[in-house]
Design a protein around this ligand. Structure first.
Ligand code: NAD
Ligand code: UDP
Ligand code: UDP
Length: 328
């Protein structure tokens, strides 16, 4: 190896979670050093167990609402519970993680002059009145509802990122992630893909909330992580925000049917009450990501679902489903 070559040391907050652990795998594969910081609120050590002893991997148990002094070249800020059940469990902590956590990682990025990436969300568009959602849309968000801790926390985090960008000339990358699924989703986090697959595999009724005509656009995790890496490696002065997601839109009823078909399950479908402030539709406009990164998702829903089903089959076979619905 060239002796002048110095590896990048990359901090991933929330690295023991679903997306963070996939991101870390990719960073290590390409030769980076990774520091994973996570308080294990919704993340699980089993997601990073396979990295124990890896010479370029380090884990630190830490809550990002407290200051963090480390030396790194790049930061991916993913720490935040992402599913409605988890982020509504302790809503004050959710807002603190997004807002105070952002201030801490931004302060860190400022001190060490690191490029910093923020995992924002399609939730900042709320229940959108524009469809599909382009980055220019400002959103339709309830400030005082049960989802507000997450939506407004993430919106404020975006504000902080852009204020550090303007005020302190920080090198920022903000992406807005749309619904993503795949192996290592938390089995009990109540998200629709994991719920439907587990229900189908166990022959339990598939729980559709509302009439099932609400829509989502589901992105397979590998496609999303490719988008993360391309965003982080994009040129300076491309702060975003950038939508990342799969524009193929499905109703929740269509998703249930696909899961039933792919598992060959005998599960029936039951309708349950729709949660408050549940967005009716969601589809990313990814024109910008296509133009700026040459990126677009490659994995059709059926193919991604098949891989995710295989993962959950493994968990059920090992009898490793957590007993409690609400983990923390
Ligand atoms: P996840 O719950 O699996 O991962 C989040 C991780 O952050 C967990 O490991 C958790 O323990 C950790 N964490 C939470 N609070 C923390 C704190 N205060 N300090 C340190 N660590 C903390 O969720 P995910 O799906 O991997 O989501 C990762 C990021 O992507 C989140 O910021 C989420 O808002 C964003 N996002 C995800 C999706 C999706 O569909 N998965 C969609 C939009 C945005
Ligand atoms: N911070 C941190 N690690 C660092 C530098 C800063 O956690 O390496 C935190 C610290 O708690 C600080 C916050 O980031 O309050 C914001 O830092 P900044 O320098 O922007 O603001 P200030 O220190 O002036 O409040
Ligand atoms: N949903 C459902 N049954 C479930 C879980 C979720 O019908 O068992 C619905 C939920 O009401 C929402 C959609 O599926 O309309 C996506 O929910 P999820 O929690 O996965 O993501 P989000 O609402 O944050 O997009």
């Amino acid at each position: 190896m060239n002796k002048n070559f110095r590896r990048k040391r990359i901090l991933v907050t929330g690295g023991a979670g679903f997306l963070g652990s996939h991101l870390i795998d990719r960073l290590l594969e390409r030769g980076d050093e990774v520091l994973c910081v996570d308080n294990l609120f919704t993340g699980d050590k089993s997601n990073i167990d396979h990295l124990a002893g890896h010479p370029r991997f380090e884990f630190m148990r830490h809550d990002i609402t407290f200051p963090l002094y480390v030396e790194v070249d790049q930061i991916y800020n993913l720490a935040c519970p992402a599913s409605p059940i988890h982020y509504q469990f302790d809503p004050v902590q959710t807002t603190k993680t997004s807002v105070v956590g952002a201030i801490n990682v931004l302060g860190l990025a400022k001190r060490v002059k690191a490029r910093i990436f923020q995992a924002s969300t399609s939730e900042i568009y709320g229940d959108p009145t524009v469809h599909p959602q382009p980055e220019e849309y400002w959103g339709n968000v309830n400030t005082i509802g049960p989802r507000s801790c997450y939506d407004e926390g993430k919106r404020c985090a975006e504000t902080l990122f852009f204020d550090y960008y303007r005020q302190h000339r920080l090198d920022i990358k903000v992406v807005r992630i749309f619904n993503t699924y795949g192996p290592r989703m938390h089995p009990n986090d109540g998200r629709v893909v994991s719920n439907f697959i587990i229900q189908a595999l166990q022959g339990a009724p598939i729980t559709i909330y509302g009439d099932g005509n609400q829509s989502r656009s589901f992105c397979y995790v590998d496609d999303l992580i490719e988008g993360f890496l391309r965003t982080m490696d994009s040129g300076p002065d491309m702060p975003g925000p950038l939508n990342l997601g799969n524009p193929s839109e499905f109703t929740i009823r269509e998703l249930a049917q696909q899961v039933i078909d792919l598992t060959g399950s005998k599960s029936t479908i039951v309708e349950m009450p729709l949660p408050q402030d549940d967005p009716r539709q969601r589809q990313p406009d990814i024109t910008k990501a296509q133009a700026e990164l040459g990126w677009q998702p490659q994995t059709p829903l059926r193919e991604g679902l098949a891989k995710t089903i295989e993962y959950f089959e493994g968990i059920i076979r090992r009898n490793a489903l957590p007993a409690e619905r609400l983990i923390p």
